[in-house]
Design a protein around this ligand. Structure first.
Ligand code: ADP
Length: 242
């Protein structure tokens, strides 16, 4: 009997996911396709090249690509099929690299890291995606020219990467939901495009590495997202014997 109930509730959860996916996909995937098609048709009708149209087409195609990647990753996570290629990697270098890449968009971004490496066992591609997602949000939800800080600290066999912005912040009502799939807080769409998958994916990747992520935020003042990861056991043991 309990198997039947479980089976029905699994099916309902799957149907709800499919429904959410279709509602989101039809809207969010349609938009860039419409813009790409519009600019291509404009150039075709005029019979002339437009730098602005080509830039828009490239930007929208990139956006579409990221959206599709996020949807594929979210569906892998849902099906418990997230595959990690684990190897020892230096979180200090990974966080620094992600921060430096984002400096092109936000020159006031600051990076504070300890001099020594912090080695964790992780999938480096996914880990960099975690930092890139949090940095993208920090920039998207804060005013141009305001400071974004990336801070790495090592303590008690763990490494912590905190990303702080001085932006719109998150209301106490919205805060418990920011890691939910497809969740966007009220007013988020006026700050920039998004579908509410970034933090869901970020959280699940961090959890899959045995870590955790937490957020402290004040509406109208800004937010700090902190990723905590266990240091590689091999490295910790090596340091203890040194
Ligand atoms: P998206 O940015 O695509 O909406 P996310 O999953 O990355 O989706 O974030 C979920 C929601 O959490 C956002 O819509 C926004 O309301 C809120 N949020 C995330 N990061 C920040 C931030 N740094 N400052 C303020 N709000 C944020």
């Amino acid at each position: 009997m309990s198997y039947i109930i479980q089976d029905i509730s699994d099916r309902l959860a799957l149907e709800r996911l499919q429904h959410e996916f279709l509602a989101m996909a039809s809207h969010e995937l349609r938009n860039p396709v419409t813009i790409i098609s519009g600019h291509a048709q404009l150039m075709h009708c005029r019979g002339s090249y437009s730098g602005h149209s080509v830039d828009t087409i490239i930007a929208q195609a990139d956006h579409l690509g990221r959206l599709i990647d996020d949807l594929l990753l979210a569906s892998q996570i849902e099906a418990d099929r997230l595959q990690l290629r684990l190897a020892e990697t230096d979180v200090v270098a990974d966080a620094r690299l992600a921060g430096e890449a984002m400096r092109a968009v936000r020159p006031t971004l600051r990076i504070e890291t300890p001099p020594a490496a912090s080695i964790v066992k992780a999938d480096q591609v996914r880990l960099r995606q975690v930092f890139a997602n949090l940095l993208t949000n920090a920039v998207k939800y804060s005013p141009e020219g305001s400071e974004v800080l990336v801070r790495v600290e090592q303590a008690d066999g763990q490494v912590r990467v905190a990303i702080t912005d001085h932006g719109v912040g998150i209301s106490p009502n919205a805060l418990p939901h920011v890691f939910d799939r497809f969740y966007r807080a009220e007013g988020a769409s006026s700050q920039g495009p998004g579908v509410g998958l970034g933090l869901y994916i970020t959280n699940r990747i961090v959890e899959a590495h045995g870590g955790s992520i937490d957020v402290v935020s004040t509406l109208g003042q800004g937010s700090t997202f902190t990723v905590t990861l266990p240091l590689s056991a091999m490295r910790t043991a090596r340091e203890e014997t040194d």
